[in-house]
Design a protein around this ligand. Structure first.
Ligand code: NA7
Length: 490
């Protein structure tokens, strides 16, 4: 399998992409356009779209504004609202994939179960069998992908319908029924707001209150959409202004670089609560005891009105067990339910944990990451040469649009791939010392972020590390602008 550098061109150069969500679609399009070898996308499901394929629950909208949540090469004049419904984002991804013939590169129902680096190539195996050798592997497996099921006694004994929010069962009607929702993250907030008027009773089981920022989700008029279609430069200016607001405002605030913006966010959340919840006792139970932005901020102007309705109950006594007919809480009550929705979030730290990934020195990725995930500048890992991550460890998942993050990372990865193809590097293998230094700095910087200011959230892994990017957007762009050859083994 050892091949000469001058063979690393055209069809001899094979690239595997894992996952056909937004990141995988992006990588496939860009590599195809650049004419980089033979590209295969391995997708374990039977459809593309990643988290936007999996999540179909009522009320699903993206918490990043629509015109920011798009690929730079595929602006979309037809977004219906300020924050897009999930189904629209799924359709957008499908449309973009179709336009660039991405499906021709996808092998559906192929879950990557093994990768082994041997003499300059990755031997890749899926549940369908051996797929041969690849010069480069790009992991685009996503972050909001592995549902977390709560470990609550008796969960299996519940006799009604029960499902995770990311596995919404559309055969189950919730109209006129007694619904229980466990969780108060973005998902639970959106579901509550969407179904409250259709159900007999909704019991929302809150373990920790969330700060909620009210942002109206206005519809774009036909005129606005036509204007964007005819004048794409206007979409660009909307994008630029949103990107500036988000990157210099919110994204800088959460990493301790814009205290004024953080204070404004805090005030905005408090105002939303004050304006919408009159009942002092309910308000107290909905008020978090940590700073806004510590947990991922929830965006909704409908949640407080919804949870104040007659048929809504905010349950804050802790869950003791689940029984056939409902949920029991510490105050001795049993909340009878017909349908139970587990809006209990995702494990964003798993990446390729379900596959056996054996690096250049025989160590597995799970062994390398046994004390927590780490990477060189979010995209590659020492001793796992030519394996790249989009949305990898410490990507800015709590800061800005994932599509923007993935594009920035991909542009950098493309440059690294080019170094291999043009013989400047035999393989892309970041030095351990440099990677360690990067991660030591990262941990130091993390201490100044709002995420560690006193709350528990899905950003934390099992070892207490925060999975996000502790610096500004400018720093992210700067770090990933040009590869520094001296950071890599040669
Ligand atoms: P999140 O934000 O991780 O929220 C999960 C919620 O589920 C949160 O309120 C948790 O409470 C609650 N939870 C989890 N396990 C339990 C148990 N065992 N008992 C009670 N409550 C529990 O997930 P989402 O799906 O809402 O949102 C994920 C991201 O998707 C979101 O940030 C947006 O970016 C889009 P806790 O706060 O941990 O006490």
């Amino acid at each position: 399998m050892d091949r000469k550098d001058n063979e690393k061109t055209g069809k001899n150069f094979r690239i595997a992409i894992i996952g056909s969500g937004a990141g995988g679609i992006l990588a496939a399009i860009k590599l195809y356009q650049a004419g980089v070898g033979e590209i295969t996308v391995f997708e374990k499901a039977s459809d593309l779209g990643g988290t936007w394929r999996d999540n179909t629950y009522p009320g699903l909208v993206c918490d990043i504004p629509s015109h920011l949540y798009r690929f730079s090469f595929a602006p979309n004049p037809d977004w219906s609202r300020t924050f897009s419904p999930g189904s629209e984002i799924y359709s957008y991804l499908r449309r973009v994939a179709e336009k660039y013939n991405v499906e021709e590169m996808i092998r559906y129902n192929n879950e990557v179960i093994r990768l082994e680096y041997y003499e300059g190539r990755w031997r890749l195996e899926t549940n369908q069998g051996d797929q041969g050798g690849f010069d480069v592997v790009i992991s685009a497996v996503g972050i909001l992908h592995h549902p977390v099921y709560p470990d609550i006694e008796g969960l299996d004994s519940f006799e009604g319908d029960c499902f995770h929010s990311a596995r919404w069962d559309h055969n189950v009607s919730y109209e006129g029924k007694r619904i229980g929702i466990i969780g108060t993250g973005s998902t639970a907030v959106q579901i509550t707001s969407a179904i409250i008027d259709d159900v007999e009773k909704l019991s929302l089981f809150q373990r920790t209150p969330q700060w909620v920022l009210a942002a109206p989700n206005d519809f774009y008029s036909q005129e606005q959409k036509a204007n964007y279609r005819e004048n794409p430069e206007e979409m660009t200016s909307v994008y630029n202004s949103l990107a500036q607001t988000l990157n210099q405002g919110f994204a800088a605030a959460v990493v301790g670089q814009n205290d004024e913006a953080l204070a404004i966010i805090q005030q905005g959340c408090q105002q939303n609560l004050d304006d919408n919840i009159q009942d002092a006792e309910l308000k107290a139970r909905l008020t978090p005891n940590y700073s806004a932005g510590c947990k991922r901020l929830v965006v909704s102007d409908q949640f407080y009105p919804a949870v104040s309705k007659q048929n809504a109950e905010l349950v804050t006594d802790s869950i003791t067990r689940i029984e056939a007919k409902g949920i029991c809480t510490a105050d001795g009550r049993r909340h009878e339910l017909d349908v139970l929705v587990l809006a209990t979030g995702f494990d964003p730290h798993r990446f390729l944990a379900d596959a056996e990934v054996i690096g250049g020195d025989g160590q597995t990725l799970n062994q390398a990451w046994a004390r927590g995930n780490y990477a060189y500048k979010t995209v590659c890992v020492p001793d796992f040469p030519n394996l790249f991550f989009l949305g990898g460890p410490n990507s800015p998942i709590g800061n800005f649009s994932y599509l923007l993050t993935a594009e920035t990372q991909f542009a950098y990865v493309e440059k690294l791939i080019s170094l291999i193809r043009h013989g400047k590097l035999k393989e892309v293998n970041p030095k351990s010392g440099i990677t360690q230094e990067f991660n030591t700095n990262l941990k130091k910087e993390m201490k100044g972020t709002v995420w560690v200011s006193g709350c528990q959230s899905w950003y934390f892994d099992h070892f207490g590390n925060v999975a996000s990017w502790p610096w500004t957007f400018d720093k992210f762009e700067q770090e990933l602008s040009e590869p520094d050859l001296s950071d890599f083994q040669n």
